[in-house]
Design a protein around this ligand. Structure first.
Ligand code: PRX
Length: 567
């Protein structure tokens, strides 16, 4: 028997007025990601199988079975319900990669909430922008991060509950803060899962664009179908696998393939809550017998730097399938992994907005090093002409990567931003914002982004957010932010700054400005280099010519700048 019963039965004891919007979601079948990843797996007789093998930074290991995960996620769901947090409410996760992060994600979905994961390294300002935009009702966090929330809470009247998962009672809690330990709370065995429908919102992931604030890409429970299938047929996950996704659930890879995809397939996964160290990673693979591994090119390039000798000092013989995402996977990295591990990294292409893998090198097809592969069966992808938005028919011609809408995990809206959402669709296609070409065999070759967003180590950073934060520094009069090439991270953030009168460029000031961004936004957004200019190049209408600055960094010909002048 499923834990999800009839809709009318279940909703009656929630303190929620059923909105018209919710009635719109009531299409298709009742489906809940939380139930699918836990209760359903237990009902299939896998309750005693490890779901999560977690390792902390000091080496401690905790293992949770699917049944334990079912109970813990039920306990969290009940806690939220008891707090009278309504289904449909955005609930943020602001934690390191601790077990509570993974189980709260599923607990929120089980009680019908919308899960809003945010990267725990975000500073107060990055956090504020996203909590304010979403109108977040509650936030799960750790005591080490609560200070950042305290800084901004006065301006977030809708944030009613700050749930501290590791409060030890030493320091008093403040207004709106509460302590909750999933392990110590009275265990709930049979939470009545909220009957979400296929179109009920599930996850809200914020992503950066060139202009404006970050946008919240809203997903629905139906996304599960795409995530389940691609985890099975692209990541090649099977019953026996021990799978490791290195991504943080603050980003979409860490939820679609670090939670939903593997657990919906009943697969055991490992999590390492520690910073990158090549030897530490290899030991982790060896200790836990990792078989399937999903990572990113920046990590692979960092491993390459450490050399093959380090690989040989470890027994990595359990590994059998490797995939990569987030940035172009250069052919060199593919060839190196083949030599170092005897296995090829398979590139996969997708986005926060697509919710699941769109284009990839999947098992059974011949992979071409340097290519992103082909559209996943059922996905219709093309490259479109930059002006007409018609698919290019000729091989090797560069155009915009586009996907025909309609796959289950497609985002359904940008939170409160219909205009930008609509602008992503042209001529019946969803436009990804990247450029590529297709060869005569139908393989996609990535060329670059079609906007000014910076991809640093696989993480998208919006120049606008950094430029705005730079202007808040007392010494900064004007700023422009671009990506500059980097051998490991592909790109890093570089800022061009014109100072206010009375300030002189110096190494000390550069450092102060860097730290200002690191604290306010995040270490990823921190400029790795600052160049001070007397004034920034501008168009006739006064707009800073970011593309000119970027082209210089990449050694590209900028050509006739008059074309840029009125952009
Ligand atoms: O520019 C593309 C790049 O990452 C962007 C999506 O970023 P995000 O929404 O943060 O999601 C990242 C993980 C799914 C894309 O628009 N990107 C992603 N995968 C690849 C890639 N660029 C080149 N090759 C890839 N395989």
């Amino acid at each position: 028997m499923s834990n999800i019963g009839s809709y009318e039965e279940r909703v009656k004891d929630f303190s929620w007025e059923i909105s018209e919007k919710e009635l719109e979601y009531k299409k298709g079948d009742v489906i809940n990601i939380g139930e699918y990843c836990t209760d359903r797996v237990c009902k299939m007789g896998k309750g005693d199988k490890p779901a999560l093998i977690w390792q902390g930074h000091s080496g401690e290991v905790k293992t949770y079975t699917f049944d334990r995960m079912r109970v813990l996620t039920d306990t969290i769901a009940q806690y939220l319900k008891d707090k009278k947090i309504n289904p449909g409410a955005p609930i943020c996760l602001f934690m390191d990669k601790i077990p509570e992060l993974y189980f709260s994600f599923l607990g929120i979905l089980k009680m019908g909430g919308i899960c809003q994961p945010l990267f725990s390294a975000f500073g107060a300002e990055s956090l504020f922008t996203r909590l304010e935009d979403a109108g977040t009702k509650a936030i799960f966090t750790q005591k080490k991060h609560v200070g950042k929330i305290r800084k901004i809470i006065a301006d977030l009247p809708h944030l009613e509950h700050i749930i501290v998962v590791d409060h030890d009672g030493r320091k008093p809690l403040r207004e709106r803060e509460c302590a909750f330990s999933m392990e110590k709370a009275e265990a709930v065995e049979d939470f009545e899962i909220y009957p979400t429908y296929a179109e009920t919102p599930s996850v809200l992931h914020y992503t950066s664009g060139t202009t404006g604030k970050p946008k919240g890409a809203l997903h629905v429970h139906y996304s599960l179908i795409s995530q389940y299938i691609t985890a099975k047929y692209v990541l090649d996950l099977t019953e026996e696998d021990i799978y490791w996704c290195t991504a943080d659930p603050g980003w979409v890879t860490g939820t679609s393939y670090g939670i939903i995809g593997p657990w919906a397939n009943g697969v055991t996964q490992c999590v390492l809550d520690a910073g990158f160290r090549a030897a530490g990673w290899y030991k982790f693979i060896e200790d836990h017998g990792v078989t399937a591994w999903y990572s990113a090119p920046t990590a692979i390039r960092s491993l390459m730097r450490e050399g093959k000798e380090l690989v040989q000092q470890h027994n990595l013989s359990t590994l059998r399938h490797l995939c990569s995402v987030g940035e172009p996977l250069n052919a060199e990295a593919v060839l190196w992994s083949t030599e170092a591990y005897g296995l090829t990294f398979h590139d996969t292409f997708w986005q926060t907005e697509t919710g699941s893998i769109m284009i990839s090198n999947y098992p059974g097809m011949k992979s071409k090093p340097g290519s992103m592969g082909k559209p996943f069966p059922g996905i219709s992808a093309a490259v479109l002409d930059l002006e007409t938005y018609e698919p290019k028919q000729e091989a090797g011609v560069v155009g915009l990567i586009a996907i025909k809408p309609g796959w289950p995990s497609m985002f359904r809206e940008y939170w409160n931003n219909e205009e930008v959402y609509n602008s992503k669709f042209k001529n019946g296609w969803y436009i990804c914002g990247d450029r590529a070409s297709i060869d005569e065999d139908g393989y996609f070759w990535f060329v670059g982004r079609d906007d000014d967003v910076i991809n640093t180590g696989g993480h998208l950073v919006g120049p606008f957010e950094i430029e705005s934060a730079l202007l808040e520094h007392e010494a900064v009069a004007e700023s422009a932010v671009v990506g500059k090439p980097d051998p490991v991270n592909m790109e890093v953030v570089k800022a061009f700054i014109a100072l206010k009168p009375g300030y002189e460029p110096s190494a000390g000031l550069e450092l102060k400005i860097m730290n200002h961004i690191r604290k306010k936004l995040s270490p990823l957004a921190m400029p790795q280099e600052i160049e001070f200019l007397d004034k920034l190049p501008k168009t006739r209408s006064g707009k800073i010519m970011r593309r000119l600055l970027r082209a210089k960094e990449w050694g590209e010909e900028i050509g006739d700048t008059s074309t840029l002048e009125d952009e």
